[in-house]
Design a protein around this ligand. Structure first.
Ligand SMILES: [Zn+2]
Length: 164
């Protein structure tokens, strides 16, 4: 898996370039810490363009299936990841510090933008703080239908052996 780097984000945006690739979940240290499993990959696409005001932008799209931990039953749950974020490139540090929630997201139009870091950052921004199974689909309320899957956490194995 190659480490992709946008060496000149401004040129990338102005030239309407794009690149795409896959990242393994296991390679994203901050992301995998909050997941039930670091298996799998996400697919990303980065597209440069100029918006209506002529400002250089990057559109970051990411999709994939993540194994999160349901905060109700503490069992793994599939989370269909969808990121579609637009980042404005700027050299203005003042704008970067603007915490107006209405303002568009901005990143430094610096040299060498590591794509993996950007993708991970954007994933972390969209992940729910407290992911939950759909109502009625948690282990406890679903009558403990055993899937037979091995669980990485010993503490959670206890829940599985719980007899009704
Ligand atoms: Zn649940």
């Amino acid at each position: 898996m190659s480490e992709q780097v946008v060496t000149d984000p401004l040129k990338f945006a102005r030239g309407r370039q794009s690149l795409a690739g896959n990242l393994s979940v296991a390679s994203m240290g901050r992301l995998k810490d909050g997941l039930a499993s670091d298996a799998g990959t996400v697919a990303y696409r980065l597209t440069g363009y100029l918006n209506e005001e002529g400002e250089p932008c990057l559109r970051c799209q990411v999709s994939g299936m993540l194994q999160m931990i349901c905060q109700r039953c503490l069992e793994p749950m599939n989370y269909a990841l969808q990121v579609d974020a637009v980042l404005l490139l700027t050299n203005d540090v003042q704008l970067l510090q603007d915490d107006d929630p209405e303002a568009p997201d901005r990143i430094m139009a610096q040299q060498d933008l590591p794509v993996a870091d950007l993708v991970e950052e954007e994933i972390l921004l969209v992940l729910p703080m407290a992911p939950l199974h759909p109502v009625g689909e948690c282990k406890a309320s679903a009558g403990l239908s055993e899937t037979g899957k091995l669980h990485p956490f010993a503490a959670l194995a206890r829940l599985k052996s719980y007899k009704e």
